[in-house]
Design a protein around this ligand. Structure first.
Ligand code: BGC
Length: 487
């Protein structure tokens, strides 16, 4: 149980206004006429879908490079160092993009940060598609990375700040659903364009969702929470009126203003002060655990893993990889279905348990299979099966819920900056894991799975001990609880 979950009822000063019952939506949100409710629901779903296009690009641009490299390498006669630079340019860009996104979400707002990210996605797609030399290709990939980092901070936060508490979980999880769709589309595009060796088209196609993101976001309202922070109360009410019923607006505006009025916006350095540190620890911890449990060794290296496990032809290995992409998309729907019903923590814990079991099973089968008499014909199906199960478990837990919680656990006055640091930590960990994987695999062999499993155990303990449950609570209520727990 986290500090917040452990707080005695009596110490929750504000809880008298909003009792801590299991379904807060029924207490806070007055009944809507069904017409109004469905219009507001439709509109907020549209807003979330448009912002989630950033996730689609995140997934597509990180996934597409594996297939494109097969042709980029001979085209530009790249050596190993240049190859590494082309692939990791996105990761470096994203690390800085996250920090840029944190600052710009504060200054120009959430909506404009998403628009700027969209413009960078478009520019990066065009420039990488027409790059005459490898330097420009690397620069374009850095630009795409910047856009990914910005969108990873701004899109989930924007969706969270416009969503009603009762459905915030599933709406923000659309961002992860879009990432998984982007990864799947990139696998399919790579495969479809491989016969023509059309790597420029593989990279350039991101232009389409990029343009849709820019045009879509221009038509969307700004986050009411950011507007109130800048004193634009009328515009905030207008934005809220699109996604709430008239009788809900007043209470929500008052609740946000009360939260904002308590303290001034937090500077970067303040994030480490005792008041904000526990929330930052949770954000950074979740972000890092999402990566160090090994997800991207499979997302980035699946064909090699399957070939080593015994799927003989490259075509079968690629087909298995596309299968993994489909499983990733479909299993994310489980989170969308359950995250507002049973909560974030149960999904995180069940998913992690499944990931740990899968990692141990794959490691044990590969390492000790022949010793304990497992028929070698069984090794490939066992590996593919457990890798698939690992993906299922990640897709309904650490995948969506980490981005969701980063968007909801921080108070209004610190959300953008703290989300930026958590997202940058996520990309840093992503880089370390994918960079070290080939080397560690040579050093440790299949035992590497046990290392990722041990990280999973640490994540499990961290979630039980430190991560609060946020289901059904308004963003301001979550922030009040941190204040009460860390006065
Ligand atoms: C992670 C990515 C990962 C993807 C896989 C995302 O939540 O941040 O690193 O590649 O999920 O679906």
């Amino acid at each position: 149980m986290s500090t917040l979950d452990r707080m005695p009822e009596a110490s929750r000063a504000d809880e008298t206004i909003h009792p801590h019952d299991t379904d807060r939506s029924t207490v806070k949100e007055a009944p809507l006429s069904s017409g109004r409710r469905s219009r507001a629901t439709l509109y907020i779903t549209l807003i979330a879908a448009v912002a989630a296009l950033g996730g689609l690009l995140f997934g597509f641009d990180t996934g597409v490079i594996a297939g494109a490299m097969l042709f980029i390498v001979p085209h530009f006669h790249l050596g190993p160092a240049q190859q590494g630079l082309v692939v990791s340019a996105v990761t470096f860009g994203a690390l800085f993009g996250a920090l840029v996104g944190g600052t710009s979400s504060e200054t120009i707002g959430r909506r404009w940060t998403n628009i700027v990210a969209g413009v960078s996605f478009v520019a990066g797609a065009v420039c990488s598609a027409i790059a005459p030399n490898v330097d420009l290709l690397i620069a374009s990939r850095v630009l795409i990375g910047l856009a990914i980092g910005m969108t990873a901070v701004a899109a989930p936060m924007y969706i969270a700040e416009l969503s009603p508490a009762r459905s915030r979980g599933k709406l923000v999880s659309l961002f992860q659903l879009a990432i998984t769709i982007g990864i799947l589309v990139s696998y399919v595009v790579d495969r479809a364009l491989a016969p023509e060796q059309a790597w420029r088209w593989m990279l350039g196609l991101a232009f389409i969702p990029g343009a849709l993101l820019v045009l879509g976001m221009i038509a969307m309202p700004e986050s009411p929470r950011w507007l109130l922070k800048t004193g634009a109360e009328k515009a905030a009410r207008q934005a809220l009126s699109l996604v709430r019923s008239p009788d809900e607006i007043e209470a929500e505006v008052r609740e946000i203003q009360e939260d904002l009025g308590r303290s001034r916006p937090a500077a970067w350095s303040e994030l480490l002060m005792p008041g904000l540190r526990p929330a930052l620890l949770v954000g950074v911890g979740l972000a890092v655990f999402q990566q160090v449990t090994g997800i991207n060794t499979i997302i980035y290296y699946a064909p090699e893993i399957f070939q080593k496990a015994g799927l003989d032809s490259a075509t079968t290995a690629l087909a298995a990889t596309i299968g993994i992409g489909v499983v990733n998309v479909l299993s994310t729907l489980i989170a969308i279905w359950l995250v507002d019903r049973i909560g974030r923590k149960p999904l995180l814990l069940v998913g992690l348990a499944g990931m740990i079991v899968s990692l141990v099973a794959v490691g044990a089968a590969q390492r000790f299979g022949s010793m304990i008499g497992v028929n070698s014909n069984w090794l490939a199906p066992i590996t593919v099966g457990f890798v698939g199960f690992y993906i299922v478990c990640f897709a309904f837990s650490l995948g969506p819920i980490v981005w969701l919680m980063i968007s909801e656990i921080f108070p209004n006055r610190a959300r953008a900056r703290a989300a930026a640091i958590s997202t940058a930590a996520n990309w840093m960990a992503n880089f370390l894991v994918s960079f070290s994987f080939p080397v560690l695999l040579v050093m440790m062999g299949p035992s590497l799975c046990f290392l990722y499993a041990a990280m999973g155990v640490a994540a499990f303990i961290f979630i039980i001990g430190w991560v609060p449950e946020t289901r059904g609570k308004s963003l301001e209520e979550i922030s009040r609880q941190w204040r009460t727990a860390n006065p």
